[in-house]
Design a protein around this ligand. Sequence first.
Ligand SMILES: Cc1cc2nc3c(=O)[nH]c(=O)nc-3n(C[C@H](O)[C@H](O)[C@H](O)COP(=O)(O)OP(=O)(O)OC[C@H]3O[C@@H](n4cnc5c(N)ncnc54)[C@H](O)[C@@H]3O)c2cc1C
Length: 421
Amino acid sequence: MYPDSDYDVIVVGGGPAGSTAGALLAAAGRKVLITDREKFPRFRVGESLMPATYWTLERLGVLDKMKCSNFPNKHSVQFFAKSGKAAAPYYFSRVDPHESSQTWQVDRLDFDHMLLRNAADKGADVFEEVRVHDVLFDGDRATGIRAEFKDGVKRDIAAKVIVDATGQSALIARKFKLRRTDPHLKHCAFFTRYKGARRDEGIDEGATLIMHTEAEKSWFWYIPQPDDVVSVGVVGSLDYLVKGRSNDPAVVFEEELALCKPLQERVEGAEIVHEIRVLKDFTYAATRIAGDGWVLAGDAFGFIDPIYSSGVFLALKGGELAADSILEGFEIDDFSAAQLGKHGPEFVEGVDALRKLVYAFYDPDFSIARFLKRFPEQQENLVHLLIGNVYRHPVDGLLRAMDEYRELPKYEPIVIDTSTG
Ligand SMILES: Cc1cc2nc3c(=O)[nH]c(=O)nc-3n(C[C@H](O)[C@H](O)[C@H](O)COP(=O)(O)OP(=O)(O)OC[C@H]3O[C@@H](n4cnc5c(N)ncnc54)[C@H](O)[C@@H]3O)c2cc1C
């Protein structure tokens, strides 16, 4: 079976960004096609949610599904110094006592699949194993897609708006060379899963742990998953983790593990249940968020480092805001870059706030403890940032204090040029 030849909106990519945009557009009565080249459930790294995902999940109508799921509850994030000493956990509900402060550590196979099914339930036509080779243009205006079905058949399908939610494939940003990597965050990650690793108890059982290695040249994430599994990964610069190191990812992973006592204690006797995978140079942003007839959402627009688990949050939020700009476009029959990218400035402001915290984490001279000693009134705002409250709570006071404390790297502000196609 093939989709129709004409849609209001085609969403390319059925990850969190695409499913969110697709579900909200279909629920509002638009004729929507979502295509993904993979068959779901499909693997993705990135299991820890920020609490602020709550609001988009609520709008999508999936909170009950999340509450009934077997995803571990996440109440906090806890950092471990290079000495192995644990800092006090940041409990989200202490600054934001609302049920949204408890979030989840999701198995992305199930989570992404649930979101895609939700989009289908809301009325979107969902086609898996359909690879989009190109976005079609009439002059500067996007007019459709060229898709290849799993039986090899190729078809052109038309739409008034194309949402590019292709994740790191970034179909449109690569086509137009809009993608810019961040020179300050040239990192890579080696990651796997353990079964039977030790967890803390009670409210801390589902916490995200961030553990520095001895020389502070890399750090590990420790993200509890369902069925006694835990996702573990190490992140460091490409120079440190790749140059002059073994070609065998398992060797590099073991060498880093040997530098991280608190992690060794947790995984001792546990079994590695996944091959060790590697991802490189994943931080980038496109220089524009929309053109005439097209808009980018999720990783297809940009991604910042995994340290604060902001990827899925920004994918959900980007999908939601893109859907709103598109729906307004349908109301006034305007599918220009300016209309489809109307949410861009607001969205990017939130991204940049999170980026600043990421820069602070990697700056060896930015000590959060000393910063909070000097600016104790910013403690709460810092937790708001860890929650992802960049669109609901003002964090500019915190950002100003961070600037005053120490000059952080400058990343040329993203130009949200939505004026032409
Ligand atoms: C090392 C690492 C650790 C991370 N950890 C976290 C974390 O703990 N928490 C967190 O929130 N985020 C994390 N992330 C980020 C998070 O995984 C992503 O931000 C998130 O998956 C983005 O969602 P998306 O919908 O934009 O893209 P994706 O989830 O990548 O979905 C894109 C979809 O597009 C499809 N697609 C691509 N090209 C085509 C094509 N040509 N035709 C059809 N379909 C196509 C793909 O098959 C895919 O299903 C991490 C990222 C990295 C690199």
